[in-house]
Structure formats: C-alpha cells, structure tokens
Design a protein around this ligand. Structure first.
Ligand code: COA
Ligand code: ZN
Length: 305
C-alpha cells in the first residue's frame, strides 16, 4: 500500500486466492503453501493467501486455515485473506492474518449472486467485523468490486464508487481496492477514476485490481499509474476470475505487468526471472497452460542467434 508520491509500484500477488478459486480442480494444500513461500522471496509486497468464505461457495479454498498455518511469513510481506462476513473475519483472526480484505460489489445484483447479500447486508457485516478485529492490529482493506462495471447492471456511476469509498472510510476501513471484476474497464475510464479518487482521497492507500477479460489489463494498469496509482493486484500466469460473474476470466498477469513496468523504467522491487520460473512451474501444477505472454515469448530483450 503506497501513496501516490512514491515511485516504486507495489505488486500484490492474488494467484492463491483469485487464481485458484476459479480453477476446475482443487490445487493441493502443499502446493499452495510451497507457492506462497516461493512468492514471498520475489519482492511482492502483499500475498492474498486464500479466502475465508463458505466452502460450498468456493470449494477450492476450503483449506484456507491449513494454508495459513503452513506458510512461512517473510518480514515485510503482508499476508492477507478475503473475508465476506463476520464468520470469515473470526476464522481469519484465528490464523493471525496481517490483513483482512473485505469485499462488496457495488453492483447490487452481482453482490447478491456472489455474496448472497444486498449491499446493505454486506455493510452491516463490515460494521460487525470492525468490532471483531478492533485492537488486533490487523490492517483492514476493503475491496469495491464491479467498480468499473457489473455483469448484470453494466457501467457503474463514478458517484457510486465515491459513495462506497466514503462509506468504507466512515466504517474505519483503512485501505481500499477498486476492482474491475470482469474486465469492463478501459484505459481512459481507469485514468479518470484513479485521478478523481486521489483528488478526493490523497492520503488513501489505494490499490487497483484488474482482470484482462478484454485484453485491456496492461493498458489499464499504465493509465492508472500515470494518474497516480502505485499499488496493483495481479495473478501469476494471468489465471483467475470470479465464479459468480458470468464471463469472468483471469487477472492481469503478474509477470507481464512487472515486465511492462520495468520496460517503462518503473521499479517494482520484484525479481522478474524468479516470477517467470514460478509461472513456468504453475502450468505443471495446474495441468494446463496459462494466459500470460512473457512466460511464452521471453522478455523483450531476448535475442535469437
Ligand atoms: N466461512 C466458512 N463457512 C461459512 C462462512 C465463512 N465465512 N460464512 C458462512 N459459512 C457457512 C455457514 O456456516 C453455512 O454452513 P452450513 O450450510 O453447513 O450450515 C453456509 O456457509 C451458509 O451460510 P449462510 O450464512 O446462510 O451464507 P449464505 O449461503 O447466504 O452465503 C456467503 C453467504 C458470503 C458465506 C457466501 O456467499 C460466500 O462465501 N461467498 C463468497 C464468494 C466468493 O468468494 N466469491 C469470489 C471472490 S469475490
Ligand atoms: Zn478478481
């Protein structure tokens, strides 16, 4: 989580949560732990390790507690978990997470499909969660999902995003992620919304969560950077997606995002060769290829004999 005045971009790795939640088969707990431990040494700022949601809703992440208990914690890396309700927050506390990531879609109908709650019901849960985590020292992040568009309601007004940010901050939520849950955003929209948010909330630790559903992920990331965004969610290999959003596909790909930033002279503090090695191994773990480009093409300084 960084302010817009810092030059280094923070990379938040979400493959273990957003990535694996949408896989056709369960990724074994030991594989998840191994991947988290290896990602911890790559220079990513934050790792979303899992989610404490209903195992019926997301069977692939039913082992969240075991994963949290199995991983090594590298100092300087934040280990976070997605939490939808009070029950999830209690489970996260038991696992001594560094951060909880509360999620609500501002598209009311997507929130109903995904969380089985109205926005009011989600906010009521958040209010109770604030009491549950009070005094624990856990950082509280809040994600505003479908911020750029809802699969059932279309484009969301900027005013609704600003309303959600004000509401989250009034509740005591410390950091905010705006999410393009199904990749509906375009670079102009992302640049303008980022600039608008930072104009109203210059002090806010703000993160952008992009999906590459329509191949605008990297363009959106650069537009956001130019508007002052300095923290990005991304998934190794570019896998992921919300199982309750029709048409959802993978997150913006971590190694492609890091490669782009480094090519543009923007520091991320991330070791790209190490990421590419992990991405190569991910294909074997999953038993299928991944959407990322750089793991296939090599970096842009590659020359052929
Ligand atoms: N962790 C584990 N189990 C939970 C839970 C949590 N945070 N919250 C609820 N449950 C369990 C309940 O105990 C109950 O179990 P039972 O059927 O064995 O009695 C069951 O889930 C249903 O509980 P209920 O409170 O009625 O929830 P619901 O069916 O209205 O679902 C959510 C609400 C939020 C729990 C569910 O929609 C969910 O987990 N959604 C997350 C979706 C997601 O992660 N999407 C992708 C990321 S954006
Ligand atoms: Zn996502």
């Amino acid at each position: 989580m960084m302010s817009k005045n810092e030059d280094t971009v923070a990379i938040n790795e979400v493959v273990l949560r957003d990535g694996f939640q949408n896989e056709p088969s369960f990724v074994p707990t030991e594989e998840k732990i191994r991947l988290s431990d290896r990602l911890s040494g790559t220079g990513v700022r934050r790792i979303e390790v899992s989610s404490f949601v209903s195992p019926k809703a997301i069977p692939n992440l039913r082992d969240a507690a075991d994963v949290f208990r199995g991983i090594e914690r590298t100092p300087g890396v934040l280990y976070t978990a997605l939490v939808p309700n009070v029950r999830g927050a209690e489970r996260a506390l038991e696992c001594a997470v560094d951060e909880v990531n509360l999620v609500m879609s501002i598209g009311e109908r997507h929130n109903l499909a995904n969380m089985r709650m109205t926005c009011d019901q989600s906010l009521a849960q958040f209010r109770e969660i604030m009491n549950v985590v009070a005094g624990s020292g856990i950082f509280i992040n809040g994600t505003i999902a479908t911020a750029f568009g809802c699969p059932f309601e279309g484009r969301q007004p900027v005013e609704r995003v600003l309303w959600a940010i004000d509401t989250y901050r009034d509740l005591g939520i410390e950091g905010i992620t705006i999410a393009d849950t199904i990749g509906m955003a375009n670079p102009r929209q992302v640049g303008e919304l980022t600039a608008t948010i930072l104009r109203h909330h210059a002090d806010l630790p703000l993160t952008l969560h992009l999906h590459n559903t329509r191949d605008m992920g990297l363009a959106n990331a650069l537009a956001a950077y130019d508007a002052g965004m300095r923290s990005f969610d991304s998934a190794l290999g570019g896998i992921g997606g919300c199982p309750y959003a029709p048409g959802a596909t993978g997150n913006v790909c971590t190694e492609d995002l890091v490669h782009m930033f480094h090519n543009c002279g923007i520091d991320t503090g991330v070791n790209l060769p190490a990421l590419l090695e992990l991405s190569g191994e991910l294909t074997a773990t999953l038993g299928h290829g991944v959407p990322g480009y750089i793991v296939k093409a090599g970096t842009s300084d590659r020359v052929y004999a």
